[in-house]
Design a protein around this ligand. Sequence first.
Ligand code: BG6
Ligand code: MG
Length: 223
Amino acid sequence: MSLPQLCIFDLDGVIVDTARFHYRAWKKTAGRFGYALTPAQNEALKGVSRRDSLACILKWAGITLQKDEFDTYCDEKNEMYLHFIKDISPEDALDGVVPFIRQLKEKGVKIALGSASKNARTIIEKLGILPLFDYIVDGTMTTRGKPHPEVFLLSSNHLDTPPSSAVVFEDAVKGLQAAKKAGMFCIGIGKASELPFADIVWPNFGDKTAEDLARCWSKPLTV
Ligand code: BG6
Ligand code: MG
């Protein structure tokens, strides 16, 4: 069985269903300046950093803010988000994802996190799965957000693995673009119709096994 050397997991929407909490917090924030954020716009914000998300919403709303107001809105959004996620516990991991990661780890695959969130480590700790990760890249460590490949290349560099031997699991279009730019095989998690750029799409982890991954992944031909 041929498995990749490294598997990199996005967090929000792949390991845990926190996308709805980001949406709820941004919707309230946008409501404060009289703008109604739509589910389709929220889709476009998946994988986008906190500051870039606010910049997008302001652009859609046609609003300009002073830097201190911008910072205040970002901080308030994060306070709301932290309140929404305060009770996250191991039961909140999405179906099948933790057993899947455990199987890969037992077979010697290196495991990394590749998240745009500055709250990623806190959430991983709340889920009780910190020991499963060989390396964690979060929003505090990157200078350029997805779709830039930095978030994934940091892991492959740190773990001394060529990108062509890494697989990325992502639920966001921008994350899939980042994985392709990194030269990594990527598996979209969600609906195929909403995940262009994915090499293949799984609706969820369900009962997926290491054997399923070995059967479907391949080294990208071009890097
Ligand atoms: C990504 C989410 O994982 O993290 C985005 O998909 C979010 O919606 C981004 O904006 C940054 O998260 P945080 O927790 O640093 O505000
Ligand atoms: Mg995500």
